[in-house]
Design a protein around this ligand. Structure first.
Ligand code: ADP
Ligand code: MG
Length: 221
């Protein structure tokens, strides 16, 4: 429920699902159906006005802001539409910052960050600041940052929404590589049906209700 000048707005109603460690699912639904809100709750960025959210054993809805931040830092990666890059840091520094905050700062981390930025197609943009990057480029920096952290679970809100086909394929490959090789669970909001099928499970929201939760076969190439 959101409170604003216009009063209270209940966005999600009775939505319930769980995802096993290392699993993947796609969340689809029309604009305004509550996808971003749901992702924010699952990632512990917001707390629900009722109901609960469990992540790796912790009930996020019962934790205070500091404890939620700790659970997020240890478990969660997110790539949201508002890219949340730090404007005073370069692309490379933005990718490295979560690990530096956790006290890791080595040549190895820098090399891994450079390599990941190369993989998302930004090898020539290491020293650019967010304001000097396009929306799609900023989103790819956020992806590289999430990848470097190898989180237990990664939430991505329309991760290919701003990208051309070729770059989009590269990002999708990286997402599923992370899922397969690091065991990072994936929760993807997407309008791209092919990407949704790749996740193997599609959860559909409509008007704040979960109207479908099905396992699907990936589309044939
Ligand atoms: P989606 O991502 O599926 O397009 P959202 O989760 O962003 O949908 O939004 C769902 C509904 O909640 C929309 O009607 C939107 O106007 C409303 N909403 C989203 N964020 C807020 C907020 N911070 N305050 C008030 N209403 C909000
Ligand atoms: Mg949204």
């Amino acid at each position: 429920m959101y409170r604003s000048g216009e009063g209270e707005l209940t966005v999600l109603k009775n939505v319930s699902f769980s995802l096993e460690a290392g699993g993947a699912c796609a969340i689809v639904g029309p604009s305004g159906s509550g996808k971003t809100t749901l992702l924010g709750l699952c990632a512990g960025l917001d707390v629900p006005s009722s109901g609960s959210v469990r992540l790796n054993g912790a009930d996020l809805s019962r934790l205070n802001e500091d404890d939620r931040a700790k659970v997020r830092a240890e478990n969660v990666g997110f790539v949201f539409q508002s890219f949340q890059l730090l404007s005073t840091l370069t692309a490379l520094e933005n990718v490295m910052v979560p690990l530096e905050l956790r006290g890791m700062n080595s040549k190895g981390i820098r090399e891994a960050a450079v390599s990941l930025l190369g993989k998302v197609g930004l090898g020539e943009r290491l020293q650019h600041y967010p304001a000097q990057l396009s929306g799609g480029e900023q989103q790819r920096v956020a992806l590289a940052r999430a990848f470097l952290n190898s989180p237990k679970i990664l939430f991505a809100d329309e991760p290919t929404g701003n990208l051309d086909n070729e770059t989009s394929e590269r990002i999708v490959d990286l997402l599923f590589e992370l899922n397969n090789s690091s065991g990072t669970a994936l929760v993807l909001v997407t309008h791209n049906l092919e990407l949704a099928r790749k996740a193997g499970r599609i959860i559909q929201l409509k008007g704040g209700l979960l109207v479908e939760d099905v396992e699907v076969e990936p589309a044939l190439p």
